[in-house]
Design a protein around this ligand. Sequence first.
Ligand SMILES: CC(C)(COP(=O)(O)OP(=O)(O)OC[C@H]1O[C@@H](n2cnc3c(N)ncnc32)[C@H](O)[C@@H]1OP(=O)(O)O)[C@@H](O)C(=O)NCCC(=O)NCCS
Length: 139
Amino acid sequence: MQVKINTLTPELFLELYTSVGWEPPCIEQAAKALENTLVSFTAYENGKAIGMVRLIGDGGMSFYIKDFAVVPAFQSKGAGSLMMWELEKYIRESIASNWAVSLELISTKEAVAFYKKMGFEEHPCDYSGPGMSKMIKRS
Ligand SMILES: CC(C)(COP(=O)(O)OP(=O)(O)OC[C@H]1O[C@@H](n2cnc3c(N)ncnc32)[C@H](O)[C@@H]1OP(=O)(O)O)[C@@H](O)C(=O)NCCC(=O)NCCS
């Protein structure tokens, strides 16, 4: 298994996105999101893309994980852990040595155990309330 950086195309993004049952955006919206992504990671098995994750953020204080997905037939074989390892390595290598930055996400219900294994803390917790989100639509 291999993880490559910034090989995700809008077409591949939509293929991997729908493979886990998510309702996809249109290809133009996916292309815009990829254009403004800090870095994408794609996992390959025998040359075939089997998983992805996008990292977005300001590069200084805050990073955010989006669209973490592994094709169902390849789940629980280590692809998610490998991509997370590469993603955290990318962050560590892109920040100054005395900085601490925050890496955040909103988990699907199914992936909570995975993220806990990867060292993420569930919110609300001792020092914070719950994460919050809102969808905005052009009227
Ligand atoms: C969540 C996901 C990305 C994890 O990728 P993966 O390749 O299956 O994960 P790994 O094989 O590296 O698993 C790492 C560890 O987490 C565990 N794990 C993975 N997914 C899990 C799940 N859904 N529930 C419980 N444990 C899980 C594995 O058993 C493994 O444990 P181990 O180290 O003791 O063997 C993948 O399962 C997936 O695409 N799920 C559907 C889409 C989704 O919900 N994505 C999250 C978006 S926020």
